[in-house]
Design a binder for this molecule. Sequence first.
Ligand SMILES: [Zn+2]
Length: 54
Amino acid sequence: MSTTCDLCGTVEDDPQRLLAWTVSFERGRRQDLCVTCARRHLRALEGKLDSEHW
Ligand SMILES: [Zn+2]
């Protein structure tokens, strides 16, 4: 079973590496994020605390 990153489309099928992936829920929709995108996403979330601009 493989998982696709919802942001960049990277496909990972190694369960060990998938442990590092992040699952995020945006407006009730599940998003699987690879390590790179999870980091970027977290930074965006932190930025959203300061500004509502998305
Ligand atoms: Zn990604």
